[in-house]
Design a protein around this ligand. Sequence first.
Ligand SMILES: Cc1ncc(COP(=O)(O)O)c(C=O)c1O
Length: 376
Amino acid sequence: MKVPFIDLKVQYQTIKQEISEAINNVLDNAHYILGPAVAEFENSWSSFLNIKSAVAVSSGTDALFVALKSLNIGANDEVIIPANTFIATAEAVSLVGAIPVLGDIDETTYNLDINKIEEKITSRTKAIIPVHLYGQAAEMDAIIAIARQHNLYVIEDASQAHGAEYKGKKLGTLGDLGCFSFYPGKNLGAYGEGGAVVTDNQVLAEKIYKIRDHGSNKKYHHDIIGGNFRMSGIQGAVLGVKLKYLESWNKDRRAHAKKYNSILKDVKGIVLLAEPRYSQGNYHLYVIKADKRDELQLYLAEQEIQTGIHYPVPIHLQPAYAFLNEPPGSFPAAERAANSILSLPMYPELDDNQIEYVCEKIKFFISQNLTSKNLV
Ligand SMILES: Cc1ncc(COP(=O)(O)O)c(C=O)c1O
């Protein structure tokens, strides 16, 4: 049985008609950039999150960049981010001219370890960017308390966390600014690039609208230096259609996670990701820790089961960030995670037979091969 890691084609078939109508509407009206479809999506996205403003931008990376810019974070500033995240979190900090300062992760949730944040704060620290990795909430109360005490901003990287919650509140709405990616593979994905910055702060929202469009809200009049971070009309239209299904797709993902958990929970050599009581995850990714991870991944590939690793190399061990001078061993939890995590197939349309098949193959591999016990 073939089990893809994600299947965007099968989902498209379920909404094809609505998508075609929405796209045709943009084309008929020639609203290629921003325009009513984007404005409508911004309204629906802010209502869904229960927040005042959502500003649609060109990608999740740009959302983070624009968010940092709006807070005047730049040269000589430091921003604390987790050591295990997608490179874009670090890149956005670098692109505004600031330095990403890494914090190790909690080994049960894979999010920022709240006990390792304060030791990273200096007089140059301006913000913390918690990343809700895999769609599970970082420990926001503690992070916000540390930030308030040290006068720092909190920018949530909610790029993987559409519709996920922390103590009943949607992720992305707890910090000063929340950033989303609508990369096609996300729980809410465009059919191209897209992102958003959300906030309750009207002054910041107005500034972000300007930064996204050359520092302007009146054509050829530029109040501040911005850039081109606009969303296309077609992406706004696609996202508007797909948003209606997000809750139901997330529910399906949670049911799949429950099924995986129930089969894998007692399997020796496999450690499941903890879902803390404060978090309702959206299971953007379903991640396990596995003994002999690389061999297991290879074996599953031979059985036509696609898996992923998010992420195989922590930020400080990427050549691009060698200048941080954080040698191997600097962030032991993130490094151990990188060597043992495996993301199993996860998308709403996955079915129970496929999940059972994946688990059966994992169990078979372990029954044949488990010899070492180097899991933490
Ligand atoms: C945690 C995280 N941050 C940032 C990004 C960047 O988003 P994008 O690919 O839309 O630029 C992504 C997604 O790829 C992500 O997963």
